[in-house]
Design a protein around this ligand. Structure first.
Ligand SMILES: C[S@@+](CC[C@H](N)C(=O)[O-])C[C@H]1O[C@@H](n2cnc3c(N)ncnc32)[C@H](O)[C@@H]1O
Length: 270
């Protein structure tokens, strides 16, 4: 953020956290100004970090709807999503909540033939394990056990967001239920990109293992909340990489964009 802000301050702009942007953007007279700033931000990012990121319509409007993800993370996700389209397979999101990020990704896939697979309990977070040591008390609940059942949203809200971006129902694959109980046959055969945003150790570990057998070299997996909220995300990634050491390149974001980790598949390996 500091790096980008230092570039922007030269032109009189500064990039705020997206909660601030969203609140401010609810005033119609400010929305246009934020959209213009986002366009400029994207131009700077394209010349500094993401030279291959294509432009798409409605991207910035959808970014203003995001709830948890900082804008810089959203740009990373979209960049990896587009790079992954060089390989075969569908796109997945593990943990969709009310579908703001799903709609953002769906919008990018409109011109492709890829399906979007959305996995969520729609009953919120499961019980945390002992590996889910609290790093940040994001809702001020006092302990990790109190997070069970939080972040539950109805499937209908996700469907409405996808419809609003015009993503075809035939390419929308919603898989409801706790991932621990989702059978292998309910997953796509091939995956080119996945965004894993389950927050807790156990479901993240399961998603990574399921993806491992479905991804080819060139595929990307982005794991959110790495070093944030629950320690479980980082522990799951570390354990997974220890078991599949030669198969992935890890890509840490720039220092101003921490809080997630990207894995690029290199070989089918172990
Ligand atoms: C942080 S939210 C996802 C946010 C969403 N990716 C976004 O960017 O707006 C976490 C979601 O994961 C889901 N979830 C967590 N653990 C799960 C599990 N074991 N099985 C299925 N869904 C799970 C919760 O229901 C919740 O909707």
């Amino acid at each position: 953020m500091r790096t980008i802000n230092s570039i922007f301050s030269k032109s009189g702009y500064s990039i705020a956290r997206n909660e601030t942007v969203k609140r401010a953007a609810s005033y119609p007279f400010l929305k246009d100004s934020f959209l213009r700033t986002l366009r400029d931000y994207e131009t700077v990012l394209r010349t500094t970090i993401f030279p291959e990121l294509p432009a798409t319509e409605k991207r910035h409007e959808l970014m203003l709807e995001l709830i948890g993800n900082p804008l810089i993370e959203a740009f990373y996700i979209l960049n990896f999503l587009h790079l992954s389209l060089a390989v075969e397979g569908d796109v997945c999101e593990f943990g969709v909540a009310e579908g703001t990020n799903s709609a953002l990704m769906a919008n990018e896939l409109l011109r492709s033939s890829r399906s979007l697979w959305l996995f969520d309990s729609f009953e919120g977070l499961p019980k945390p394990t002992e590996k889910d040591r609290m790093l940040d008390d994001i809702f001020d609940l006092g302990d990790m056990a109190s997070y069970e059942g939080k972040m539950a949203h109805p499937q209908s809200r996700v469907k409405a967001r996808l419809e609003a971006v015009g993503f075809p129902q035939t390419r929308t694959k919603i898989v409801p239920g706790f991932i621990e109980k989702v059978p292998e046959k309910a997953y796509p055969d091939k995956v080119c990109f996945a965004y894993v945003d389950f927050d807790f150790y156990e479901p993240i570990k399961i998603a990574l293992e399921r993806l491992h057998t479905r991804t080819a070299p060139g595929a990307y997996v982005v794991v959110d909340d790495y070093g944030f909220f629950s320690e479980g995300a980082e522990v799951a990634v570390t354990e997974f990489l220890a078991a599949h050491s030669d198969a992935y390149e890890t890509i840490s974001p720039e220092p101003h964009a921490k809080g997630f980790m990207a894995l690029k598949k290199l070989s089918t390996g172990r």
